[in-house]
Design a protein. Structure first.
Lengths: 677, 114
């Protein structure tokens, strides 16, 4: 059995390779978490096999340090396992325990450093080798091989045994940690069970290793049911997916985890709990999570109810406001009109901003932008009332100050208190004259071809601020090609920047020439607000009178009675711009429409028939032509006969001609004086 | 775009006063006639059409006035008109000789006094 001395070199290499393989195997198993006693057994067997000895044993130092317990062995006689040997340095194990590396005895007969143990003596051991397990000062024990026949141990053999010992040392150290952990865990659980809170722990894979008595009192579950991958056990189905996801994320990054969710409680249905876990480390090693949960059901349900009520009000206010704000403003002849509405963040309450535009009976256009003080349902409702009041008074009253004064009277005589800032402006599209009253509102912005500036004047108190209030008017003449921008203060109000500077910003942003009114609005909104979601709602209304051709009027319309009102509006503007009086404008418009009425009645095929109206000044005379694709017929009805009489009576000269493609009515009228009767 | 018209009807000292506001043209003349007729009960002695707030009236509108006068006369009721001389409609009303069938007054009070 014992190896001969002077082995061939090739064998040495082979043996060394096998020994290295054995050490590596043991190391792998230690790393894989093999239990210490199994590792000790395997180490003893491996040592005996590789070093070709009858016996191998692993001894562990007893707690008091005075003995060495035989924990594992190979080839040991019965009764030896479990025996305690003295740990003194006068015998081989005790000596080896204190040494730096493996201790080799080729022949006990010649050994002087120490003597054999009683066991070695009893089994007539001749040769032996022993290596200390564990670092100096924190020794675990000793591993040794023993042979009754003389044995030579090479330095490689000694190195091999020491390597095995080192693996065992590391494994023993790890086991000691685990034991300590288990001890503290046990203490922790004891404490946790007496605590009133709900407490849980997991292992490093996130599997539940423990829930305390408080948890089980809440859920009515048993410990067995709770252990393992039970993260969504008893969790409300609506909350479970998000909970699992948040837990997986936290675990992957070993971050603290926190969540409020509904958990099924014994007898009580689902209750809201706030659950929070933090990663635990032992000796720098992540070992899992420990967490606590508390019942927050009362607070949560109150919050939910509040939130639900708030959401509902928000929804209603939004709906109300949307229904009150026109989807699109009326088409107003000769005016480009671009409204914008930018709600504040979705969480914010709905404001009471509005805008509106209407055409007055005198041909001027009334524009209004307002902001009701306050938010929510009431502000939205008040906004609706004010908007309608402005439409009503705006139609009747010509003077902006008078319109605003009437609204003020309406508000201050009301049951509910309300206050609003308003800019009300009346614009003459032809002359560019504007008259406006600003009731506590930021000034209107004039974007003229040579730059933007604010219109001064007309400053008054907000509507509803006082029952005795003075409302003033400002006036301005806006140059051709100008736009007006009306807005609410959500655009310019910001706590961190003074109002004056915000207004300067607005004028600067709006100054560069822009033909497209839509793009001007975009530029203003992005330029002033940037990426910021406004803190308050922003209403914006940009208008631009379309230039009127002064020298010539030409319009082609479908041969349909509905075209008459369009013709009246367009021709009326042309004549008004040319300086015709109100009566002249009416009379010319009427005669042209009478002629057009004929064209419409006589048109062939209603599908695509059209008529064309031309008007131009020749000298001081207006020449108007109505051309259709039909033929002029004699009157059939009395009022049609009257129509021609009207044309002839109101015009200086009328000529009806049949041309190739239809009938042409040519009319002349001198303006600036009545034709002699 | 449609032609905007409003008719406000009130009863004053035994007569019906219809304030005709807005515009009357061939697209809405028929309806205006129906509304005006419907607003006059049998016992009313007269219908006064107040044209002072009327901004546009065409030949179809003039035709309505003549027709109304005819129908009311058959019911032994008067048709009177109110039109201030400053109205842009003044020349049209003169030209079509509406006054020959329905007297035209400068003010509402004058029209009611008959």
């Amino acid at each position: 059995m014992a190896r001969d001395q002077g082995r061939p070199h090739r064998d040495e290499l082979r043996i060394r390779a096998r020994q290295q393989e054995a050490v590596a195997g043991l190391g792998q198993r230690a790393l894989a978490g093999m239990k210490l006693e199994h590792l000790l057994d395997e180490a003893a067997a491996t040592a005996a096999q590789e070093l070709e000895t009858e016996y191998a044993a692993v001894l562990e130092q007893t707690r008091d340090g005075r003995g060495l317990l035989v924990r594992a062995g190979h080839g040991l006689p019965s009764g030896v396992l479990g025996a305690v040997l003295p740990a003194g340095p006068q015998e081989m194990p005790g000596y080896a325990l204190q040494s730096e590396g493996a201790v080799v005895v080729e022949d006990f007969g010649e050994e002087t450093r120490f003597g054999p143990t009683a066991l070695q003596r009893e089994h007539e051991i001749v040769s032996a080798m022993a290596a200390p397990i564990g670092a100096r000062g924190r020794h675990f024990g000793v591993i040794g091989v023993h042979s009754a026949s003389p044995q030579h141990f090479s330095p490689d053999d000694a190195h091999f045994l020491q390597s095995l010992a080192n693996v065992l040392g590391a494994a023993a150290e790890r086991a000691r940690h685990d034991d300590a952990l288990r001890d503290s865990e046990a203490r922790f659980r004891e404490l946790a069970d007496t605590a009133p809170a709900m407490i849980w722990t997991t292992d490093e894979r996130g599997l539940v290793t423990f829930v305390n008595a408080g948890w089980m009192r809440f859920t009515g579950t048993t410990l067995e049911e709770e252990l393992g991958a039970t993260w969504t056990l008893g969790v409300h189905p609506d909350d479970a997916p998000a909970l699992q996801e948040s837990w997986d994320e936290a675990l992957a990054e070993r971050r603290p985890w926190e969540r409020e969710y509904r958990l099924r409680a014994r007898h009580l249905g689902y209750r809201w709990i706030a659950d929070r876990g933090v990663p635990r480390y032992v000796g720098g090693r992540f070992v899992g999570y420990v967490g606590t949960a508390i019942d927050i059901h009362e607070r949560k349900t109150m919050e939910t109810q509040l939130a639900r009520g708030y959401e509902q009000e928000h929804r209603i206010a939004e709906m109300l406001q949307r229904s009150l704000l026109p989807e699109r403003l009326p088409d107003i002849e000769g005016l480009e009109l671009v409204p914008r509405y930018l709600p504040a963040s979705a969480e914010a309450a709905i404001g009471g901003d509005w805008y509106d535009a209407l055409e007055r009976p005198d041909g001027r256009v009334a524009l209004v932008v307002g902001d009701v003080v306050g938010q929510g349902l009431r502000a939205a409702a008040t906004m609706g009332q004010l908007r309608n009041a402005f439409r009503a008074y705006g139609l009747v009253e010509a003077s902006p100050a008078e319109v605003v004064a009437r609204i003020n009277r309406l508000v201050t005589s009301g049951v509910e208190e309300a206050m609003a800032t308003v800019l009300y402006l009346v614009l003459d599209r032809e002359t560019g004259e504007v008259t406006f009253t600003s009731a506590g509102h930021p000034p209107p912005l004039l974007v003229a071809p040579d730059g933007a500036r604010f219109l001064d004047g007309g400053r008054s108190v907000p509507v509803g601020a006082a029952d005795t209030a003075v409302f003033r008017e400002g006036t301005a003449l806006i140059p051709p090609g100008s736009s007006l921008v009306l807005y609410t203060d959500g655009l310019v109000e910001r706590r961190d920047v003074p109002l004056g500077r915000r207004l300067d910003d607005l004028a600067r942003v709006a100054s560069p020439p822009e033909r497209d009114l839509d793009r001007l609005c975009d530029r203003i909104l992005t330029g002033v607000l940037g990426d910021r979601v406004p803190a308050d709602d922003v209403a914006l209304l940009a208008v631009r009178p379309k230039p009127v051709p002064l020298d010539r009027f030409n319009l082609s319309l479908p041969a349909d009675p509905g075209s008459l009102v369009v013709l009246r509006r367009r021709l009326g503007r042309f004549l008004h711009a040319a300086g015709a009086s109100e009566a002249e404008t009416y009379e010319v418009t009427l005669t042209v429409c009478e002629a057009a009425g004929n064209a419409i009645e006589h048109a062939y095929g209603p599908e695509d028939a059209t008529f064309e109206v031309d008007a131009a000044f020749e000298g001081g005379e207006l020449v108007a032509t109505v051309r259709d694709s039909g033929s002029w017929r004699e009157r059939r009805s009395e009022h049609r006969g009257r129509g021609l009489a009207i044309i002839k009576g109101l015009m200086d000269d009328v000529e009806v001609a049949a041309e190739d493609r239809g009938t042409v009515v040519r009319m002349r009228r001198r303006l600036g004086e009545y034709r002699a009767a | 775009m449609t032609t905007p018209t409003e008719i406000a009807v009130e009863r004053r000292s035994g007569a019906i006063v219809a304030h005709l506001g807005g515009e009357v043209d061939m697209t809405n003349a028929g309806r205006v006639r129906e509304e005006l007729l419907a607003s006059v009960p049998n016992e009313a002695r007269a219908l006064v059409i107040d044209l002072s707030a009327c901004r546009y009236l065409d030949s179809a509108g003039i035709e309505v006035l003549f027709d109304m006068a005819r129908r009311l006369r058959r019911r032994r009721q008067d048709l009177r008109l109110t039109l201030p001389s400053s109205s842009p409609l003044k020349r049209l009303i003169d030209l079509t000789e509406v006054a020959s069938t329905a007297p035209v007054y400068e003010t509402l009070d004058a029209a009611l006094d008959g």
